[in-house]
Design a protein around this ligand. Structure first.
Ligand code: GUN
Ligand code: ZN
Length: 424
């Protein structure tokens, strides 16, 4: 039995409105789990015989959680000049074809997970490609690092290059085989992954619905109402459906484990239906700005009690950093004359995102018994941040400066299941 203790300032959230902050705290980790968190003054005696690591001028937080990202799009990041549909055709689809090669998939998956860890992200909901082997490569890399990850093979059988298409039966069979092999294998979890309505026939979406019915503990991830041309094309393909969301609803794809990326152009009735079915939206600010998709309406989602998480959407998104993602989320809210305060932002990136993934019994904060995924954050990682932090009078100001100015340089160390997996 290995018990370790870490002394630092510590921040985590007990609930949405309730941050717990220790200016001088101790986090006790037993094997791969959180044992205890509290004030150093109170815990020092009990940890005096333990392996104690002391951090000066750092803040320990739960590992960040990213609810929408594409591992095969590492090389698509920062591709110039197009909005969604042309960006997919010109950059993304040609790149994804390369994942036919398992060696390429392995190399990319390893780079990708290491990049997440370098940015303090310890759990993500991840797209593979249409190739079954792309998902094997991802889960193998994740298993080696013992990270809690959710991934799925993309189902797509039309409106893309032939080399990137599966068919109704093979997409069903490959998905089921991957579920059988990987879902709940160690820390790995599976998500049924129809790319979006444009690249699936109704028959394929039907099969995706069957997979969910037959495997009730798996997730569903897809894209929804990201871009105006995408919405128009979807309604041409499914004229009998009342809205883009209704396409997915018709095929049984809504539910508490269903995560819809973007939802930039939703009607009130869609927000309502998402809330009714406990489906969630993944808000991807850097992507929505980079691809010119639009400004997500967080206030409308909240009005309808629709659950919203926050995500990078690399390679449409422009950064692996959840700090940079919160920065851009703040600016999108500003453009709508709304405010996103720092506590809420950090809640979203940790416990809030864990809740939308129904993983808040395992990760997201430092409750005793949770999996010990955490980051050691350096709020003074650049000269400018150091100068700015010295002017901050409150925790809120310090956290706000961190989310606006911080990036991968602010991540000093990352721990996964109690083990250090990254050190700057
Ligand atoms: N819609 C369908 N596929 C994609 C994708 O790969 N990225 C984004 N941002 N939107 C999509
Ligand atoms: Zn995406």
């Amino acid at each position: 039995m290995a018990i370790k203790a870490f002394r630092s300032s510590i921040l985590h959230f007990k609930t949405e409105g309730e941050a717990e902050y220790f200016d001088d705290g101790i986090l006790v980790v037993e094997n791969d789990q959180i044992k205890q968190v509290g004030r150093a003054e109170e815990l020092l005696d009990s940890v005096k015989d333990l392996d104690l690591t002391v951090y000066e001028n750092k803040m320990i937080m739960p590992g960040f959680i990213d609810t929408h990202i594409h591992y095969p799009q590492v090389d698509v990041i920062a591709s110039y000049g197009e909005q969604l549909l042309d960006w997919l055709n010109n950059y993304t689809f040609p790149t994804e074809i390369q994942f036919e090669d398992p060696a390429f998939a392995k190399d990319t998956a390893e780079f990708f997970i290491d990049e997440l860890l370098k940015n303090g992200t310890t759990t993500a909901l991840v797209f593979g490609t249409k190739h079954k082997q792309s998902v094997d490569a991802f889960f193998e890399a994740s298993s080696q690092r013992n990270t809690r990850m959710i991934c799925g093979k993309v189902m797509m059988n039309r409106n893309a290059p032939d080399d990137l298409l599966d068919d109704v039966q093979s997409s069903y069979d490959d998905s089921q085989a991957l579920i059988d092999q990987w879902h709940e294998n160690g820390r790995q979890l599976y998500a049924v992954t129809p790319r979006f309505a444009i690249t699936s026939t109704g028959e394929q979406l039907q099969k995706a619905g069957e997979l969910l019915k037959n495997n009730p503990s798996v997730y569903m991830q897809t894209h929804l109402s990201e871009n105006k041309d995408e919405i128009a094309f979807t309604m041409e393909l499914f004229p009998e459906r009342s809205s883009y969301l209704d396409v997915y609803d018709h095929y049984g794809l809504l539910g508490s484990r269903s995560v819809f990326a973007h939802g930039v152009h939703l009607e009130d009735a869609d927000f309502q239906r998402l809330a009714e079915t406990q489906s969630s939206i993944s808000f991807c600010p850097t992507s929505n700005l980079f691809l010119g998709s639009g400004l997500f309406n967080l206030a409308a989602a909240e009005r309808f009690n629709t659950s919203v998480s926050v995500a990078t959407d690399v390679g449409g998104g422009t950064s692996f950093s959840m700090l940079q993602t919160l920065n851009e989320a703040y600016k999108i809210c500003q453009l709508r004359n709304e405010k996103l305060d720092a506590k809420k932002a950090f809640y979203m990136a940790t416990l809030g995102n864990a809740k939308t993934l129904q993983l808040d019994d395992k990760i997201g904060n430092f409750e005793s018994g949770k999996e010990a995924d955490f980051v050691v954050v350096d709020l003074q990682s650049t000269a400018l941040m150091k100068r700015k932090q010295s002017k901050c009078k409150t925790l809120d100001e310090a956290l706000f400066s961190l989310m606006i100015l911080g990036d991968d340089r602010a991540i000093s160390e990352t721990y996964v299941a109690g083990e250090q997996v990254y050190k700057k």
